[in-house]
Design a protein around this ligand. Structure first.
Ligand SMILES: C[S@@+](CC[C@H](N)C(=O)[O-])C[C@H]1O[C@@H](n2cnc3c(N)ncnc32)[C@H](O)[C@@H]1O
Length: 201
């Protein structure tokens, strides 16, 4: 029996892109509709979705009237988004090196992303830089200790993943001068499955 390959996010999500949207309901269940209300009024607001993937959440923000920029390291994931919506700006790039000027966005959001980042400091630092003063960062952290197997046309793979303790994420943000506004936990059967943080600059 051959071993399951562990791939980088870029290679892994390029392979997984075609089937990613089949998991939409499952992914939504980690948020229980609690994410969008945290933004308040977003009509006309500039929002950067980092690790936007196929646009699961970027489309919700766009439909609520925001000007959305979707960044991702996987061009195949972004292609799926572009097929659904041509008005969302798509940018292939890395969370740790955001190609935007400072003080630009009203919000930065990252859902199901930090589980793929080994070191969060560079990413959080970049988010702080591109946010306007008073802007907010909304980030989710799933409770996933083991990377799941993903079926692709080229066989089963795993995508490079890292578990982050909730208190470690809060500390990292505070160390970079973010102010923690909310730290919400989503539970299933008495176990937390997702942490949702709202932090402001
Ligand atoms: C689990 S998907 C989440 C997609 C979307 N945010 C959602 O909630 O459905 C993770 C996404 O993060 C992207 N990603 C992983 N590491 C990244 C990095 N360093 N920079 C930018 N995007 C990254 C992957 O390519 C993938 O599209």
């Amino acid at each position: 029996m051959s071993r399951i390959k562990i791939l980088s996010s870029m290679l892994g999500y390029d392979l997984a892109a075609l089937d990613y949207d089949k998991k939409e309901k499952y992914l939504n269940s980690f948020e229980q509709n609690k994410l969008l209300p945290l933004f308040g009024e977003i009509n006309g607001k500039k929002i950067l979705d980092v690790g936007a993937g196929t646009g699961r959440f970027a489309l919700i923000l766009f439909n609520a009237g925001a000007q959305v920029v979707a960044l991702d390291v996987s061009s195949e994931m972004l292609k799926m988004l572009a097929n659904k919506n041509k008005k969302i700006e798509i940018v292939v790039g890395e969370a740790e090196n955001l190609p935007f000027e400072e003080d630009y966005f009203d919000f930065v959001v990252a859902t199901f992303l930090v589980v793929h980042l080994k070191n969060l400091t560079a990413f959080f630092d970049e988010v702080y830089r591109v946010l306007k003063d008073g802007g907010r960062f909304i980030v989710t952290n799933i409770n996933q200790k083991e990377a799941p197997e993903v079926k692709t046309k080229q066989g089963k793979i795993k995508i490079e993943s890292y578990y982050h303790r909730p208190e470690k994420i809060i500390k990292e943000l505070e160390n970079l001068a973010f102010k923690i506004e909310k730290n919400i936990f989503i539970y299933e059967n008495d176990i937390w499955i997702n942490q949702i943080i709202v932090a402001s600059k």
